[in-house]
Ligand binder design. Structure first.
Ligand code: NDP
Length: 477
């Protein structure tokens, strides 16, 4: 261990162009919503960043009607090659304004600037670039010679990847010829509203994209609105089930990307140092606020002690703190409510008899922070092995045989992702075939690419986003 200190390396927040007030975006214009305004907070400092107007029921109706008009008159009938030009323009503008977006995202969400800068914003741009490329080639996607769009998409997204989730939802919808009304999460509305500015800058026709900040009630109004043809939701399994219940029989096409409790399996022949990096990335990236986080580590018993020792040494080096510092590895927990949920589940882990190890790293006094935590001696029945913690908390279980590893990995109501660490290609294929998870990473973790379909099994949801498969969700096929 070294005893030298890192000098502070803060990214300047000026480039975020933070404004005291933000308004919703409807029919190509920023307008005052008639809902109760909300205050969005920097979770790393608890300071209020801005006041944001929110939508009322009437505003949801206005936005859906604007989206319908734009669909009927302009976007739904526009040739794909023309639509592509706008989407390419949005992609380029996201790149041009990438530093502004990254800093704003870190301020509003609490995630480290190195992640918003190197992952969220470039991947958001990549989603627009990729889908722009599809807009004039839908006839070759395998859904017939001229697949038609669905109409108006109502999209509701969570707070863990605010800009990336907005792009992930808007890009395929637009490429396929749909118009959009999107509700960002209550705690992270800002980058979606800058994306709205980018749509204006790209001269996207009014009404093609509408952004309505607000709380869950706005989301509920939106998905239940009779003028919405397609619902795309990312968030908790609980709310996903609620939406499915209320939309049953409505004929609306749905995609649900919900929770997860992914197994990251390390076999005894795995390259251990590489696996440690993958485990760290799997659970501490984005403070563990990742639906596909590798939150259950399954390690072969014969190497468990060695791996855990290496893991603790590595985790102890992760720096927790200021999200705008370029050397920060783990930023702030997005909200007080989420911090309390993590604290409650960690306490339950201890009460149920798991061994708790907390990184000795210093944690700021102000703001919402939780130090990286590893639980060993975890049993499958414990809450920390079953429930989505959505925080920087890893639960470690052991196994003896490959069959046991797969059985334990699949012993979950979820099924979004999984990881396998081994030097044998045959073992990767063997395990991947048996794993009931939408994405299986081999000797890596948390790799995202717009060309790769992403989605879940069981309570992790249904439908795929990304790749050719993701287009289907936005086409009438
Ligand atoms: P939610 O599922 O409540 O939020 C996701 C989005 O849905 C938000 O925009 C939310 O609005 C909105 N929403 C809430 N209620 C409704 C409704 N009835 N109809 C339509 N939209 C609605 O997740 P939370 O933010 O409350 O997080 C709770 C837990 O969910 C986390 O601790 C985590 O375990 C899990 N989660 C999982 C995610 C994943 O990707 N797997 C993402 C986010 C959370 P609002 O912001 O106002 O709540």
């Amino acid at each position: 261990m070294s005893n030298w200190e890192y000098a502070p390396a803060p990214e300047s927040r000026d480039i975020a162009n933070l404004k005291p007030a933000y308004r919703m975006f409807v029919d190509g214009k920023f307008v005052e919503g008639s809902g109760e305004p909300l205050k969005t907070v920097n979770p790393a400092t608890e300071e209020v960043l801005a006041e944001v107007s929110t939508a009322s029921k009437a505003d949801v109706d206005t936005a859906v009607k604007a989206a319908r008009r734009a669909y009927d008159r302009v976007w739904g009938r526009m040739p794909g090659a023309e639509r592509a030009k706008y989407i390419f323009r949005i992609a380029r503008l996201v790149q041009e304004r990438s530093r502004e977006l990254a800093v704003l995202e870190s301020l509003d969400n609490g995630k480290p600037i190195k992640e918003s800068r190197d992952v969220d914003v470039p991947t958001a741009a990549a989603h627009f670039f990729y889908h722009a490329g599809w807009a004039d080639k839908l006839g070759y996607a395998g859904f017939g010679p001229d697949p038609r769009p669905l109409g108006v998409a109502g999209q509701v997204i969570p707070w863990n990847f605010p800009l990336l989730m907005a792009s992930w939802k808007i890009a395929p919808a637009l490429a396929c010829g749909n118009t959009v009304v999107l509700k960002p999460a209550e705690t992270t509305p800002l980058t979606a509203l800058v994306l709205a500015e980018i749509c204006q800058q790209a001269e996207l026709p009014p009404g093609v994209v509408n952004i309505l900040p607000g709380a869950g009630d706005v989301g509920s109004e939106l998905v239940n609105h009779a003028g919405v043809d397609k619902v795309a939701f990312t968030g908790s399994t609980e709310v996903g089930k609620l939406i499915q219940r209320s939309l049953a029989g409505s004929g609306k096409k749905m995609t649900m990307e919900l929770g997860g409790k992914a197994a990251n399996i390390v076999f005894d022949d795995a390259p251990l140092d590489q696996a440690v990096e993958g485990i760290v990335n799997g659970i501490f990236f984005n403070q563990g606020h990742v639906c596909c986080a590798g939150s259950r580590l399954l390690v072969q018993e014969s190497i468990a002690d060695e791996l855990l020792a290496k893991l603790r040494t590595r985790v102890a080096t992760l720096r927790v703190g200021d999200s705008l510092d370029k050397n920060t590895d783990v930023g702030a927990i997005n909200s007080r409510a989420q911090l309390e949920k993590i604290q409650e589940l960690a306490a339950a882990g201890e009460a149920e008899g798991a061994q708790r190890w907390t990184s000795p790293v210093p944690v700021p006094d102000k703001g919402f922070f939780f130090p990286p935590t590893v639980f060993s001696d975890v049993q499958q029945s414990m809450r920390i092995a079953r429930e989505e913690i959505f925080g920087p908390v890893l639960s470690v279980l052991t196994f003896r045989t490959p069959d046991e590893a797969v059985a334990k990995a699949n012993n979950t109501p979820y099924g979004l992702s999984a990881g396998i660490w081994t030097e044998k290609g045959s073992r990767i294929l063997w395990a991947a075939q048996r794993m009931r998870a939408g994405v299986v990473w081999a000797n890596t973790f948390n790799r995202f690419d717009p060309t790769a379909p992403f989605g879940g099994y069981q309570e992790s949801g249904f439908g795929r986003e990304g790749g050719r498969a993701g287009l289907e969700a936005y086409l009438d096929v």
